[in-house]
Design a protein around this ligand. Structure first.
Ligand SMILES: Cc1cn([C@H]2C[C@H](O)[C@@H](COP(=O)(O)OP(=O)(O)OP(=O)(O)O)O2)c(=O)[nH]c1=O
Length: 709
């Protein structure tokens, strides 16, 4: 196979093409690559305005397509591929991104924009090298993009419509197919033709050469990727032998930069590509490869150093209600915003510019206006507003986090330092004022409302007739549940101080009868009767001892057939990968006695009360982890010591993780639009298979209850 020695390196690997595109399949099979096709379920809905350049959008989408497939295969099908290839093709004209047209009118709109002009076609490609270590998926991601310039002739309306009626535009970016009828519209092409058709084969082969043959990497870098490595150099690569390591050999050294940056830091291997390793820790101080990347900036560390500035800019803009002003009146000049909100012009201008650079605002010659994300999530009255949680983050979490050092030294919460108050009873002591109470409830409402759909639909709960949401606060989840399950009646059970303030948060125009509010303390008072008990973002507030008290109370009132549903962020078992959840655990340290836990830890807690059979799903949105624990009564005859060991082993084998993205999950009994921002506003580049929630469904059998520990 002299012509494709580089591709020969993939012969012995399980290669997966994460794409339904027949063009990509054809391009790759034409050169003899053997691969399995697993189309990605990732929906191409990333917020375009949050990317500074169109190709970044294509690369990120390609990456997300590939990540979704890798994770689904690993978790759901328990088959870890060796290599996953994802790609995304977009057309860019006048700074706008054009994808596939949704209908003929859309195709006409796109083709009219391209008419008589030059545009760029970008294909982003992600190559994931995967391996499974201790049942944990580890990946190294290499991504790159290719740009091809295409010019359309001046075309008549009649011709455009004739072309549209041919049906060809509909599944193609920009609404045309250069390889078929659409070729007649094109005056010239500068660059890789196959890139326009959907896959930049030449660049892909160069990238493989860099990955699989380190010596060639230098060649390629020196030549800035403008030629294929010499075939002679690759004689030994076409032998089809499998790799000795899980990833291409040179990679570890290429991961390090002069600062010793490692793990998920990006290392640019050529002008328009990067390589990132997920789930890996490369030892700091390893000097291999440092010299070649010594001039690189430690971008990951710099980003972390500055992260608080971006957060604070968002907090202050929210606090000043700038997004509300711009929604009503935008676009507005800085001076007008400053006049409206009563701030300085120079300070406001800097804040608005910073927000625009962060993708929260758009800046044009007319002034500043909200992006779609800002309109949806940052205005204070939007259906999916995060405003309440942002204000809570600014006013409450920020001062607490300022005392993180003390929290770490002392191992305890810092309410006394941050606010000069004890936190033993949040509502009676710290939350003494009506305003602060409302703010806290608004924060909880923001998150609960935004994530309720995924919590409600993660599993089919239609068999339950009644549910009790313990600590259900404003009833956001309860209202979502009764929407999804019309036969369900939900009781929200929370402290009297909370229940007294819920009226403000009730949905207007919705039939609220199936939701009732009952006040009480779930540690002290009798629990309302229900088939299903829900604990959403409750267990993480408490230490194990208190959780046992609560679970035993629930267990005591459950009849056979009853169940428990728990929603929480979930850490990975080794507690090293899911930084969002790990940071949330620090968040619990500074303000509560609780913490975030891993799936195994939740399962162990529940098992003490007879709960077994765990399933975990990844939602892909803010509350990413969904777990279901089938809970059954166990006999009391287990020998304690032995059972600890056996349990530990069984725990890791007994729960099943499933990819569950808001975009791919179809509620089996009711189709619903996913409400959540799949991509966190400020961190689209780091969206990994990381956070967050677990849902636990625990069912009773009539076997006798196990003894309490
Ligand atoms: C511009 C252009 C695009 N295209 C195609 C390539 C891609 O298949 C498609 C762009 O859509 P993509 O979203 O990149 O790919 P896809 O939806 O076909 O497949 P998947 O998401 O599963 O990977 O447009 C052509 O075939 N010819 C062209 O001239």
């Amino acid at each position: 196979m002299a012509l494709n020695p580089v591709l020969g390196k993939l012969v012995s690997k399980r290669v997966v093409l994460a794409s339904a595109s027949p063009r990509r399949q054809e391009i790759l099979s034409n050169v003899g690559l053997r691969f399995e096709v697993v189309p990605s379920w990732f929906k191409e809905t990333l917020e375009k305005s949050s990317f500074t350049a169109p190709y970044e959008y294509a690369v990120e989408t390609a990456k997300q397509k590939a990540l979704e497939v890798a994770n689904r295969m690993h978790v759901k099908h328990q088959r870890t591929p060796d290599v996953v290839i994802g790609a995304d093709t977009i057309v860019s004209v006048d700074g706008q991104i054009l994808e596939k047209p949704v209908d003929k009118q859309d195709a006409y709109r796109m083709l009219s924009r391209l008419n008589g002009k030059e545009h760029s076609v970008f294909t982003g490609v992600a190559i994931l090298h995967c391996c499974s270590k201790d049942n944990h998926l580890e990946m190294e991601i290499t991504d790159f993009y290719e740009e091809t310039k295409v010019k359309f002739s001046e075309l008549s309306e009649e011709l455009l419509w004739e072309y549209i009626h041919s049906g060809e535009p509909m599944d193609k970016a920009g609404g045309y197919g250069i390889q078929a009828l659409g070729g007649m519209l094109v005056e010239y092409v500068h660059g890789d033709f196959l890139n326009v058709v959907g896959f930049p084969l030449n660049h892909f082969c160069k990238k493989l050469a860099e990955l699989y043959y380190p010596a060639s990497k230098q060649n390629v870098q020196h030549k800035k990727c403008d030629s294929m490595p010499s075939v002679d150099t690759f004689k030994n690569l076409s032998d089809g032998k499998s790799e000795s390591s899980d990833f291409p050999e040179h990679k570890v050294s290429s991961k390090l930069d002069s600062s010793g940056m490692c793990s998920s830091g990006a290392v640019y291997t050529s002008e328009n590509s990067s390589t990132v390793r997920l789930g890996f820790t490369v030892p700091l101080g390893n000097q291999n490869g440092v010299s070649q990347s010594a001039s690189k900036l430690p971008s990951k560390i710099l980003e972390l150093m500055d992260g608080f500035r971006a957060s604070k800019a968002l907090f202050v803009a929210s606090k000043l209600k700038i997004f509300d002003h711009l929604k009503d009146k935008g676009p507005m000049k800085a001076v007008d915003v400053a006049n409206d909100v009563g701030t300085s012009v120079c300070g406001t201008e800097r804040l608005l510019d910073a927000c625009a650079s962060l993708g929260l605002l758009e800046k044009t010659s007319q002034g500043y206006s909200n992006t779609d994300s800002a309109n949806t999530y940052l205005t204070s009255d939007g259906k999916y507003s995060l405003h309440g949680y942002i204000i809570h983050s600014n006013d409450h979490l920020w001062p607490l986090f300022t005392n993180l050092e003390s929290a770490v030294k002392e191992g305890s919460r810092q309410n006394h330092r941050a606010f000069g108050k004890k936190a033993d009873d949040l509502f009676k002591d710290y939350y003494h004022s009506q305003e602060v109470k409302q703010r806290f409830m608004a924060a909880m409402h923001s998150i609960a409302h935004l994530t309720a759909r995924d919590v409600a639909t993660a599993f089919d709960l239609s068999k339950f007739k009644s549910a009790c949401d313990l600590g259900g606060c404003t009833g956001a989840l309860a209202h979502e549940l009764v929407q999804v399950y019309p036969n369900l009646k939900v009781t929200v059970f929370d402290l009297p101080e909370v229940i007294a303030n819920t009226s403000y948060f009730q949905p207007s125009g919705q039939h609220t009868a199936p939701v009732t509010f009952v006040s009480g303390d779930f540690f002290k008072d009798n629990l309302p009767e229900a088939d299903l008990y829900i604990l959403s973002r409750v267990l993480h507030d408490w230490p194990d001892e208190k959780i046992h008290v609560l679970l035993s109370k629930i267990s005591a009132v459950c009849r056979p057939g009853c169940a428990i549903l728990v929603a929480e962020m979930v850490l990975d078992d080794e507690k090293k990968n899911r930084s969002t959840a790990l940071l949330q655990s620090l968040n619990m340290l500074v303000q509560t006695e609780g913490k975030e836990r891993s799936g195994c830890e939740y399962q162990a807690l529940l098992e003490k009360h007879g709960f077994t059979n765990v399933k975990i799903r990844i939602t892909g949105n803010l509350l990413d982890w969904i777990a279901e624990y089938e809970i059954r009564r166990k006999k009391r005859c287990r020998k304690k010591k032995k059972s600890m060991v056996i349990e530990k082993k069984r725990i890791s084998q007994s729960y099943e993780e499933e990819v569950f993205t808001a975009s791919n999950f179809e509620c089996p009994y009711k189709k619903l639009e996913p409400p959540c921002p799949v991509v966190p506003l400020l961190s689209h580049r780091k969206l990994q298979l990381s956070p967050f929630y677990s849902i636990v469904l625990a069912q009773f059998s009539d076997i006798q209850k196990s003894p309490m520990m």
